[in-house]
Design a protein around this ligand. Sequence first.
Ligand SMILES: NC(=O)C1=CN([C@@H]2O[C@H](COP(=O)(O)OP(=O)(O)OC[C@H]3O[C@@H](n4cnc5c(N)ncnc54)[C@H](O)[C@@H]3O)[C@@H](O)[C@H]2O)C=CC1
Ligand SMILES: O=C(O)[C@@H]1CCC=N1
Length: 266
Amino acid sequence: MLAKPILLVGAGALGSAILKGMRVAGHVAPQDVIILDLTPGEEAQKYAGLGARLNPGPEVWSEAWTVILAVKPQSWRGAAQILSGNLNTGATLVSVMAGVRTDDLSAVFAPLSVARVMPTTGVATGKGVASLFSGDGKALQAASDLFAPMASTVVLDHEGLIDAATAVSGSGPAYVYAFASALESAGLATGLTPADAKTLARATLISAVNLLDATGEEPEDLIRKVASPGGTTEAALKVLRKEGKGLDELIKAAVLAAQKRSQELG
Ligand SMILES: NC(=O)C1=CN([C@@H]2O[C@H](COP(=O)(O)OP(=O)(O)OC[C@H]3O[C@@H](n4cnc5c(N)ncnc54)[C@H](O)[C@@H]3O)[C@@H](O)[C@H]2O)C=CC1
Ligand SMILES: O=C(O)[C@@H]1CCC=N1
């Protein structure tokens, strides 16, 4: 069972998505949330209006049994300095930060148990993705209880795989949005109006992903159902899948660059 209240440190892009996801999934009531943020945005303010405690004093922080650390990897040590000595020693720390290793977190936050999670911002709709790792069973369970109601979860075998999950999944939504943007731009080049290019690019992407989800079929099988021999799709795929210079190579290079950066961030 998820141990509450929950202290969310950092309610930026991802922290806000987590807040929205908890609201949509309904597994954490706003009254069970304590939010700390230097510059609270719209979602944090909304949560406060629903009963969450926003930026209370340190005496309140130790009430939390689950602490989510969602600040930038570059600013976690500053946040830790402020938190140190003010947390419940029996609490679980769930870090959603890219790159920052369990050993470094434990060195600062011990005796709190630590789990690492790499979510996507899609948790905001209750249908995100979250990769989980912890060497501590209790912490892994806490991370799962927190994210499973708002994400498809994957438990990773070892911590190094968090960098891989970050590159494929945490950063992944941005690759999809980049594709949506590229398809829209290409639509303009075909002569479509900006409004039609935008509608067609977005709606096509969403309907294709819905079909992938609904059918459970392999992408290659779905491609075969679109691409008529000698037809238009085949002509496009010859460009997209050009030997040695196609989308596969480009995506692989992008993912490996993200994985390397995740390894460096620690
Ligand atoms: N944005 C994304 O899609 C994903 C982000 N992450 C990780 O989540 C973390 C946060 O990323 P974003 O939300 O994108 O960044 P962000 O910059 O939007 O949010 C960070 C928030 O932390 C707050 N903050 C900074 N120092 C603080 C302190 N000492 N005390 C309280 N609040 C403080 C800032 O005011 C800001 O609102 C990063 O470590 C990132 O690696 C992980 C997966 C996906
Ligand atoms: O870009 C980043 O570093 C973070 C981690 C995964 C998604 N956003």
